[in-house]
Design a protein around this ligand. Structure first.
Ligand code: ATP
Length: 253
């Protein structure tokens, strides 16, 4: 791992919805070109933390910085311009639109600012990463398999040329082989220079490609460390790697 500076710094963030406080002072750092995982049971606050980073929820306290920029108050619609790509849980692709149109939408903010050929270059890159999307470019997105829809969601985020990807449960509901393929792609993106914050309940698959990880419980960081250390940690093994039914995993998609 290279120590070439912090890309994302979340410090002491307190946030929630209305009067419900979900995050009770959360600090997370992601360095450039790192894959950092965020594990933890349902309801721990992982999605809320991503929402706070994206500006969907506004922290009541604490700081969030992307490089030198204060992200608090920036708002989600600006994030794509700052180089942050977000793939929300359950993908949220446009089901009635074609694969191609979904990908174009990922580059909407570049249209009119850049020559079309640069955007087409990006699309070519996405098709190289996910050949199945090229094969199915005219297909209506809602008719793709779950794994293909996840690939489309990732591909759409890549169309914006982000420097930092926030991924919320990309493996949710997918078969093991597809999960492995998604993880392989994430690792490959990082080799190409991407920085990734990866929320995952599948701790084993995520930590296998990660540099470092955080475990969140009850709106707090309960554990943090290098990926290998977390994989070997008894508490992590008991809670997340012990197989279905024994662990903290309460959902079995
Ligand atoms: P999951 O894997 O289930 O998404 P998570 O760790 O991502 O879990 P969050 O989605 O951040 O957890 O939820 C944390 C808490 O915030 C939960 O108690 C949840 O009920 C609550 N919550 C989430 N979204 C909202 C909302 N829009 N309004 C009110 N409460 C919410």
């Amino acid at each position: 791992m290279t120590h070439d500076g912090t890309m994302l710094a979340v410090e002491g963030v307190v946030a929630g919805y209305g009067r419900v406080q979900v995050l009770h002072g959360v600090s997370v750092q992601v360095r450039r070109r790192e894959i950092v995982t965020l594990n933890g049971p349902n309801g721990a606050g992982k999605t809320t933390l991503l929402n706070a980073i994206m500006g969907v929820v506004t922290p009541r306290n604490g700081q969030i910085r992307l490089l030198d920029r204060d992200l608090v108050g920036v708002g989600p619609e600006r994030m794509v311009h700052l180089g942050v790509g977000y793939v929300p849980e359950r993908r949220q692709i446009f089901a009635s639109m074609t694969v191609l149109d979904n990908l174009w939408l990922g580059a909407y903010h570049r249209l009119g600012r850049e020559e079309k050929r640069y955007i087409l270059q990006e699309m070519e890159r996405v098709f190289t990463i996910f050949p199945v999307l090229r094969e199915r470019e005219r297909q209506v997105a809602g008719t793709l398999s779950g794994g293909q829809q996840q690939m489309l969601a990732l591909g759409r985020a890549l169309m914006a040329k982000p420097d930092l990807l926030l991924l919320d449960e990309p493996s949710l509901g997918l078969a093991p082989l597809v999960v492995a393929e998604i993880m392989r792609v994430i690792a490959e993106l990082r080799r190409g220079g991407m920085t990734v914050l990866l929320v995952e309940q599948n701790a084993k698959a995520a930590l296998a490609i990660a540099d470092r990880g955080y475990v969140m419980e009850g709106g707090r960081i309960a554990l943090e460390g290098r990926a290998q250390e977390l994989l070997a940690d008894e508490r992590v093994q008991r809670a997340y790697l012990g197989g279905r039914g024994r662990g903290a995993r309460t959902e079995n998609p």
